[in-house]
Design a protein. Structure first.
Length: 255
């Protein structure tokens, strides 16, 4: 497999890929499983900020097999710093793009892990209606605090092993999903895990994604803030303070 080129940004090594290359890479891993789980992380502004303080998230990123620029501001900062990334590859776009390439000859077996109870099943219904060759073989919504419960983690490992899925879609929010997948990736019996935040909610129609024009003009964060202000306003306010400082620091360090 050819080595992808990467860009060093804010301490992260982001893969310089477009969506079709990212999907092709996942397909290769799924087609030739070798008993080891490869996982994907998708940095946005919030991850970038948390990454500076959280050694666990840094370790999870260091071992990730694919690091995709999810946030438009990350792509923009990369361009300003002369480390251009070819395009934004959001986790919420990656999952449908992977479903798009499933065929009746090679259907994709999917495990949806995370989101509130019932949301995974609603997502599965929508997926089956839209993609004939994507089969949701299992869903599971872990209870609050599951990550601290050894029995619960063992149960999830067993569910994953029994499902014999090609891909594990992990929607537990950041940085929990990255820390959890990193902690267990050597035990996960699935060739690929995708840490993709609210994607299961989007697939279920539980949360609406921003309109295309907002996504394309880098305003998806504004839409999310608008639709979930209680949870996101404080986080985005902090990120809006810190992220420009990180860009400035990085710019100073390279000039
Ligand atoms: N979530 C979950 N279990 C948890 C924490 C969060 O299933 O212990 C789910 C939550 O229901 C939602 C998703 O994780 O579906 C949060 O995704 P989002 O991208 O909004 O979180 P962020 O990464 O922005 O924190």
């Amino acid at each position: 497999m050819t080595q992808l080129s990467t860009r060093n940004l804010f301490g992260m090594k982001i893969d310089a890929v477009r969506m079709p290359e990212a999907v092709a890479r996942l397909q290769q891993w799924i087609a030739r499983p070798d008993g080891h789980c490869r996982y994907v992380v998708t940095p946005n502004v919030d991850h970038t900020v948390v990454f500076q303080q959280d050694a666990g998230l840094r370790a999870a990123y260091a071992d990730a097999d694919l690091v995709l620029a999810d946030g438009f501001p990350v792509v923009l900062a990369a361009r300003l710093l002369g480390r251009t990334l070819p395009e934004r590859v959001a986790g919420s776009d990656l999952v449908p793009a992977l479903f798009d390439v499933a065929t009746p000859e090679r259907p994709l077996r999917v495990f949806l892990l995370g989101a509130a109870p019932g949301v995974g099943d609603r997502a599965a219904n929508n997926i089956h209606q839209r993609w004939k060759s994507a089969q949701v073989v299992a869903t599971y919504s872990p209870p609050l605090g599951f990550e601290h419960d050894a029995d619960e983690n063992a149960k999830i490992m067993k569910l994953i092993a029994a499902a014999n899925a090609d891909v594990l879609v992990v929607g537990l929010g950041a940085p929990k999903q990255e820390l959890w997948v990193h902690r267990f990736h050597r035990e996960l019996a699935v060739p690929v895990a995708l840490c993709v935040g609210a994607t299961i909610d989007f697939l279920a129609g539980e949360k609406a994604r921003a309109p295309r024009w907002m996504q394309r003009s880098g305003l998806e964060w504004l839409h999310r803030c608008w639709t979930d202000p209680r949870r996101l306003v404080r986080r985005y306010a902090r990120d809006a303070m810190i992220f420009p400082q990180l860009v400035w620091r990085e710019w100073r360090a390279t000039t």
